[in-house]
Design a protein around this ligand. Structure first.
Ligand code: NZQ
Ligand code: ZN
Length: 391
């Protein structure tokens, strides 16, 4: 097995994590603070951060109101502020949307062309403004990875882009206490998104009999099992810091390089969900909760063995007098029961989505490729069937 592995973000985790801000920002003089809607003002985190930055005598500029599913327009707005004010550091305070937007602004500010060309992987870049993050919502792992997802509302595209290692934040502060105010629906979406990243990696195209791959598989199964147990507890007790802490810990790993190196994960569910939210602007975790079970049911017949492992090692089921497929399907049904328990949406009709734009969503799922998915290749007819089942 050959691989390269570097996850260079300095991660400060826990109650005292904020105390590292001063050292991390030592060389920064002109800082762009990036944040979302009103949440950080309501919780007092905004005042806390501004107070620290003023005490450190930094000049502070602001990019406010980054929307969930961050837009290209917001990135342009941030780029303009950086270029006009010679910003030399970016501090993102928020969830995945805020961090993803900040990652794009950081690159755009050091690029003379249109950042959309970089996001669409048309142009290589090697420079950016350094970026630090203070995470307020555990979901994406964006605080600890080199991915960013930006929506172009004009072309109705939602594009995930990745530059390794450039797009890694230099540092991230993850204090689970900042997460107790996350509304219940976004708590549920976060749980689903964290699990989805491990599920995408778990259904990979590598040899499951290889011992080194088995280690990765067992690692993912363990985290998934904990997520099921902790997720159910958290939705019943959303201000429990210990539960937030455990989930934040798994959240930092789920889509980090450590969890996905060696594996070529499937990632078709993400392609389909990004297509749905490109057209309908729905929350990412909500879309995934709908797509994943239908993807599972669609592909189980082509590769039942991994679904047996999922049923026993993740969903804790014991195989009875049943076929492999029946057992695998029972695992999928148990996963759906878990989604019901945490009150995740299970149909696109929950977001009032009908079949009127299903062809557009199929096309956007595939983009320029003829198939998606590494575990099972899906063509346009497969994606159409899956989306149809999601309605
Ligand atoms: O905007 P504010 O007021 O901050 O409110 C947010 C937002 O409404 C709220 N929130 C966050 N922290 C809070 C809080 N409310 C109260 N207290 C807090 N502590 O939660 C809402 C959702 O936030 P958002 O950042 O949109 O959610 P998430 O972290 O799930 O990020 C979603 C975005 O990340 C992309 C998704 O597609 C979506 O655009 N993804 C990014 C990935 C990556 N960079 O690696 C991978 C993922 O697969 C995903 O695609
Ligand atoms: Zn995701």
């Amino acid at each position: 097995m050959n691989f390269k592995l570097s996850n260079p973000t300095r991660l400060y985790f826990g109650d005292h994590a904020m105390s590292n801000l001063e050292v991390e920002l030592h060389d920064a003089t002109r800082i762009l603070l990036v944040y979302g809607g009103k949440s950080i003002k309501k919780t007092g985190l905004y005042d806390n951060v501004i107070g620290i930055l003023k005490n450190l005598d930094k000049s502070v500029y602001e990019l406010a109101s980054v929307p969930p599913n961050p837009t290209l327009e917001k990135v342009y707005e941030g780029e303009k502020i950086c270029k006009e004010n010679n910003v030399d550091y970016i501090l993102a305070v928020g969830g995945g949307s805020v961090i993803d937007c900040a990652k794009a602004v950081a690159v755009a500010a050091r690029y003379e062309g249109d950042i959309w060309d970089v996001i669409k992987h048309k142009v290589p870049v090697s420079k950016k403004i350094p970026l630090g993050t203070i995470l307020t919502n555990s979901a994406t792992s964006s605080e600890n990875n080199y991915y960013s997802v930006i929506s172009n509302t004009k072309t109705e595209e939602k594009i995930g882009w990745a530059i390794w290692p450039l797009n890694h934040p230099e540092f991230s502060i993850v204090n689970p206490k900042f997460m107790v105010t996350v509304p219940i629906e976004h708590t549920v979406y976060g749980i689903v998104d964290i699990m989805s990243h491990m599920i995408e990696n778990y259904f990979h195209n590598k040899d499951i009999d290889s011992p080194i791959i088995a280690i990765q598989d067992r690692h993912l199964e363990t985290m998934l099992k904990y997520m099921i147990e902790l997720g159910v507890q958290l939705v019943n007790d959303p201000t429990n810091v210990e539960l937030r802490e455990s989930i934040a810990y798994i959240g930092t790993q789920a889509l980090s390089t450590h969890s996905r190196h060696m594996l070529e994960g499937d990632w078709a569910c993400h392609a389909i969900e990004h297509a749905i939210s490109a057209v309908y602007d729905i929350p990412h975790g909500g879309g995934l909760a709908i797509v994943i079970p239908h993807w599972m049911k669609h592909v189980i017949h082509r590769s039942p063995l991994k679904f047996e492992m999922f049923a026993s090692n993740v969903m804790n089921l014991v195989k009875g007098d049943e076929t492999d497929i029946e057992f695998g399907l029972r695992g999928i049904m148990a996963f759906i029961d878990f989604l019901k328990t945490i009150d995740a949406p299970l149909k696109l009709s929950y977001y009032k989505i009908d079949n009127s734009r299903i062809i557009d969503m199929v096309e956007k799922s595939l983009g320029s490729q003829s198939t998606i998915g590494k575990f099972v290749n899906l063509n346009d007819a497969d994606v159409h069937d899956i989306l149809n089942a999601c309605l």
